[in-house]
Ligand binder design. Structure first.
Ligand code: FAD
Length: 445
């Protein structure tokens, strides 16, 4: 059996490793357009900011080591250009321009997502960047190292944009964040985002909310972003972090079904509309377990989980279905942690689903033990059944474990009663006898 995988980072590398574990004899070829495989996407902002000091620490595996260790044929700097489904062939181009075809029995697409770049005047000026991979990271870092960057603009106040704002600030750069929506961090409700707004301003980050960049102009070293409000902001570097789109070109060109959320459509076995081609990760759409509607979810955990599941399904001995993700996400924004899972109130409103919400503000651990910090936890739930829809949490300490435990309840379609029954490890430095998760349940009950 010959398995061919397109994309060698989160989903693709996981699937390759799992395939080897369950099939010792198979031929497995991994194609990656870039120079690296299996690297830490999520660590890139921290390398730029100097928190991660060594570039090599970004690489979980080198192509050579990964190939040797698992007996895989890893081909980097090899872009898959097209799929010929009738002959089960793919066309590949190497960095030196050489092109060739390769046969597959089963093909896996894990080509990720592409950063959205708005067609604005001046958007291609030197000093304007997007951040998606190691090549982008090297380009940003080298620009910072070779230019006098005193001011930066981050366009887009999502998780990656704000992580980058913090990391640019850590390099002594004055940062302005421009966000078209009235709030940063789209997965949380406005009331929660206001805590983040205040914190960003406290840290000296300029915030332009509800404003869009209309054009960029470069004169000498200075880039000027003109906003729709008429304001002009100057910087030496601009990072566009306005979101990503599923990378569907290969699939669409091969006439594989693309769904309404613009991702590659797959069934519960992560199989595309062609039974010999599978797809995973940022490139796919999948029904949201709570709304039933297809959605795209650009997170590393689901991509890794899907990589494991899809390998089993491609091998075919044990079929496993993918349960879908509810978008459990977290970010460190300076001293704050912001996390969310499931559906916030604004999404429920948009979906026309009846809901109620409760917000509690307990301490992160027992107030009588030093260094307890207030934590804001908001839950959304069905007004009659009490079924939980979502949770959002902002605070300095203990945010991650609260969101993680609520996420497990939501995934099991649990409700308020389950919040009250959660068992949390408690001693004064860690929590309270009445943990914030249980407290949210008591208030909602
Ligand atoms: P990727 O891991 O992006 O891999 C796709 C690979 O396919 C790429 O290397 C690409 O070069 C290759 N490729 C594409 N087309 C072709 C082709 N035609 N031929 C050959 N190769 C091709 N998620 C979290 O959950 N938490 C975080 O904290 C977090 N932080 C992030 C920070 C940054 C800066 C970025 C960019 C992403 C972050 N993510 C985070 C998202 C996470 O990295 C992705 O969800 C995950 O990597 C998706 O896995 P994937 O396999 O679908 O795509």
């Amino acid at each position: 059996m010959r398995y061919v995988i397109v994309g060698g980072v989160a989903g693709g590398a996981t699937a390759a490793a799992r395939l080897r574990r369950i099939d010792e004899k198979a031929e497995i070829i991994l194609f990656e357009k870039g120079q690296n495989i299996s690297y830490a996407n999520c660590g890139l902002p921290y390398y730029i900011g100097g928190v991660i000091k060594e570039r090599e620490n970004l690489f979980v595996q080198t192509p050579e080591k990964f190939g040797r260790l698992l007996n895989l044929d890893v081909r980097v700097q090899s872009e898959v250009l097209s799929i010929d489904r009738s002959d089960k062939q793919i066309r590949v181009r190497e960095a030196n321009g050489r092109e060739y075809s390769e046969h597959y029995d089963k093909l896996l697409l894990s080509p990720g997502a592409l950063p959205f770049v708005p067609p604005l005047p001046g958007v291609d000026s030197p000093g304007v960047f997007t951040l998606r991979n190691v090549e982008d990271t090297d380009a940003i870092k080298s620009y910072l190292d070779t230019h006098k960057v005193k001011r930066a603009i981050v366009v887009g106040g999502g998780f990656i944009g704000l992580e980058m704002a913090e990391n640019l600030h850590a390099r002594g750069i004055a940062v302005n964040v421009i966000e078209m929506a009235p709030q940063v961090m789209a997965p949380v409700d406005f009331s929660m985002a206001t805590i983040v707004h205040a914190h960003l301003q406290e840290k000296g980050i300029g915030l332009y909310l509800g404003k869009a960049v209309k054009s960029i102009e470069k004169r000498g070293e200075v880039l000027t972003a003109s906003l729709d409000s008429g304001e002009k902001i100057e910087a030496e570097l601009i990072l566009l972090s306005i979101g990503v789109r599923p990378n569907t070109k290969l699939a669409a060109d091969a006439q594989l079904a693309i769904g309404p959320a613009r991702g590659i459509r797959v069934n519960e076995y992560l199989q595309t509309s062609d039974p010999d081609i599978y797809a995973i990760g940022d490139a796919i759409e999948y029904p949201h377990p709570l709304t039933g509607k297809p959605w795209t979810n650009f997170l590393a955990g689901p991509a890794n989980r899907q990589g494991r599941i899809v390998a089993d399904n491609m091998h075919g001995q044990t079929l496993r279905s993918y349960e879908g993700a509810i978008g459990t996400a977290i970010a460190k924004i300076f001293d704050l942690t912001v996390a969310a899972t499931g559906l916030p109130a604004k999404a429920l409103k948009r979906e026309g689903l009846p809901y109620e919400s409760v917000t509690v503000q307990p301490n992160s651990h027992a107030g009588y033990y030093p260094n307890a910090y207030p934590l804001t936890l908001k839950i959304t739930f069905h007004p009659e059944s009490g079924m939980l829809y979502g949770a959002q949490c902002v605070g300095i300490e203990g945010v991650d474990k609260r969101i993680d435990s609520i996420a497990q309840i939501i995934k099991r379609k649990g409700g308020i009663a389950d919040l009250m029954q959660t068992e949390q490890a408690y001693a004064p430095p860690f929590s309270s006898a009445k943990d914030p998760v249980a407290l949210a349940g008591y208030v909602a009950d």
